[in-house]
Write a protein of this length. Structure first.
Length: 263
C-alpha cells in the first residue's frame, strides 16, 4: 500500500502539471493509460491498492479521472501494440506494471510521461539515467532485490532436507529473469543443489516444463517472478500439486490459491 501511495502521488503530480497547462481551457478530466503484462485478475490486489491510493488523494475513477486499461494477458508480444494504442488515445500519463511493459511504452512515446510501478534495474535496462536524476519521460519505483530468488532456494532447502535437484521456472524474455537466475545459481552452488532451468515463454510451455521436471527427477521447483507465470499461477500451482513437487514462488498470490510458500 505504501508503494501504491507513492506511485499515486507521482501520478497526481504529473496530472497537476497537465491541469495547470490546461487552466485556460474548459475543465478536462485527466486520462491515465494503464499497461499491464498480465491480466487484471493476476494483479487484482495491486490494482485495488492503486485505486485506493488515488482515492486518498481525491481522484475517483470515472468521476474526476479516467483510466484506460490494457492487459497483455501474459502474451508479451502484444505489449507494443497495446502501448501504441494508448499513445493514439492521447492519454495524459501511462502507468506500467513492470519492466516488461515499461520498455514498449518507452518505445511508443518519448512525450507522454510514464510512471513505472516497479522495475528491478531501471538504470541497467536503459529507462533512466540514474535513480537520483531519471531524466527523460520516465519516473516511478525501482525494486532492486534479485537476491530474494536466492533466499527462496535457501528456504526451500530448509523445508525439504534431502533437496538435491530443483527445477527453476522462468521466462528468458522477462528483463529481470537473468539477474534472478544468477542469484539462484549462486545459492545452489553454496547449498550443493543441482538446478534444471525450464524456460516458460508462453502458457503452452508450462505443462511440458513439468514433464521435463519429472524426467529430471526434480525434488522441488522454484518459480521466478514474471508475467507469464503470474498470469497462469493457478495452472502452475495445480500442476505442482499434481506432480507432488513442493514449490516456492515470488508472489503471495500463489499461496492465496492454496500453495506452499512464497517469499
Amino acid at each position: 500500500m505504501k508503494k501504491a501511495g507513492v506511485l499515486s502521488i507521482l501520478l497526481v503530480l504529473i496530472l497537476l502539471g497537465v491541469a495547470v497547462t490546461d487552466a485556460q481551457q474548459p475543465t478536462k478530466v485527466p486520462r491515465v493509460g494503464f499497461l499491464g503484462a498480465t491480466s487484471a485478475s493476476a494483479i487484482s490486489a495491486r490494482l485495488d491498492a492503486f485505486r485506493q491510493g488515488l482515492r486518498d488523494l481525491g481522484y475517483v475513477e470515472r468521476k474526476n479521472i479516467l483510466i484506460e486499461y490494457r492487459y497483455a494477458e501474459g502474451k508479451l508480444d502484444r505489449l507494443p501494440e497495446l502501448a501504441a494504442e494508448l499513445v493514439r488515445l492521447k492519454v495524459d500519463v501511462i502507468v506500467t506494471g513492470g519492466s516488461g511493459s515499461t520498455r514498449p511504452a518507452n518505445e511508443a512515446t518519448n512525450a507522454i510521461p510514464i510512471v513505472m510501478a516497479q522495475d528491478p534495474d531501471p538504470v541497467g535496462n536503459g529507462f533512466i539515467a540514474s535513480l537520483a536524476r531519471p531524466g527523460g519521460n520516465i519516473t516511478g519505483l525501482s525494486t532492486l532485490a534479485p537476491e530474494l530468488s536466492g533466499k527462496q532456494l535457501e528456504l526451500l532447502k530448509e523445508i525439504v532436507a534431502k533437496l538435491t535437484r530443483v527445477a527453476v521456472l522462468g521466462t528468458s524474455t522477462s528483463p529481470a529473469n537473468a539477474q534472478a537466475l544468477r542469484e539462484v545459481e549462486l545459492a545452489a552452488s553454496a547449498l550443493k543443489v543441482q538446478l534444471q532451468y525450464l524456460d516458460i515463454r508462453s502458457p503452452k510451455d508450462i505443462e511440458p516444463a513439468f514433464q521435463e521436471a519429472r524426467k529430471g527427477r526434480a525434488d522441488a521447483f522454484l518459480a521466478l517472478t514474471g508475467p507469464v507465470l503470474a498470469n497462469q499461477r493457478t495452472q502452475v500451482a495445480d500442476l505442482a500439486l499434481k506432480s507432488r513437487l513442493p514449490a516456492t514462488y515470488g508472489q503471495p498470490e500463489y499461496v492465496e490459491v492454496g500453495r506452499l510458500m512464497s517469499y
